[in-house]
Design a protein around this ligand. Structure first.
Ligand SMILES: [Fe+2]
Ligand SMILES: [Fe+2]
Length: 215
């Protein structure tokens, strides 16, 4: 990306991070909650950049949408609305930056539709929206996310393994139901599945040696 693009991205990142942090504080969430969400957005931005490159989408618009997509995660009572809310907040910010009206419309459509495909307003379903959709799902099945889910509330190997098995089932559904919207996203979700399967196999192996050895 050009220097001017990077300057804009930096401004977006500062806005997104600050907005997310202050809304987390206002709603009584912890610093860890804020960081967890912010690092998710950063990873989504990296996955988004990779997919956008491979799919010939506009990298700057994708990265911008990725950074902003979850900024209302803490101030949306109904989880479903956080995309539409984030699009509204982002529009006001973006209109004061050096983006054209068309670019702002596209970015806001990506953000508003990333939760369930419904943006709440009409806009063509752009390649940039498809990329954000896929990048968000790819991170949902990243090793860290899966591990975090597996160890939450338990320190038992058995329970962790069961939870990972469940997650793998879910991941397979994304593939079987063809939920990914880009060719690159499809390839990447298969890599996530392989990683989770390896993790599961290794945990199963460790389960078999969680007992007294016979000598
Ligand atoms: Fe989201
Ligand atoms: Fe997200």
């Amino acid at each position: 990306m050009k220097k001017s693009s990077n300057d804009r991205i930096n401004k977006v990142a500062v806005f997104a991070r600050d907005y997310l942090k202050s809304s987390a504080q206002k709603k009584g969430y912890s610093e860890t909650d804020f960081r967890t969400r912010w690092y998710h957005s950063l990873r989504v931005a990296n996955y988004g950049k990779r997919i956008a490159k491979a799919e010939n989408a506009d990298i700057e618009l994708v990265v911008t949408a990725c950074l902003l997509h979850d900024i209302c995660k803490f101030n949306s009572k109904k989880g479903k609305n956080h995309g539409k809310k984030a699009a509204k907040v982002s529009r006001n910010f973006l209109l004061n930056q050096e983006y054209s009206k068309e670019q702002v419309d596209n970015i806001c459509y990506c953000i508003a539709s990333h939760v369930n495909g419904d943006a709440g307003f009409y806009h063509p379903h752009t390649i940039e929206a498809k990329v954000l959709w896929d990048a968000d799902i790819i991170d949902k099945f990243g090793t860290f996310k899966v591990l975090k889910m597996a160890i939450s509330g338990t320190n038992q190997l058995n329970k962790c393994t069961k939870k990972i098995k469940k997650k793998i089932k879910k991941l397979k559904k994304y593939i079987e139901k063809e939920k990914m919207q880009t060719k690159t996203g499809k390839e990447m979700i298969k890599t996530q599945l392989k990683k989770q399967r390896d993790l599961y196999k290794n945990l199963e192996k460790e389960k078999t040696i969680s007992k007294l050895p016979k000598i």
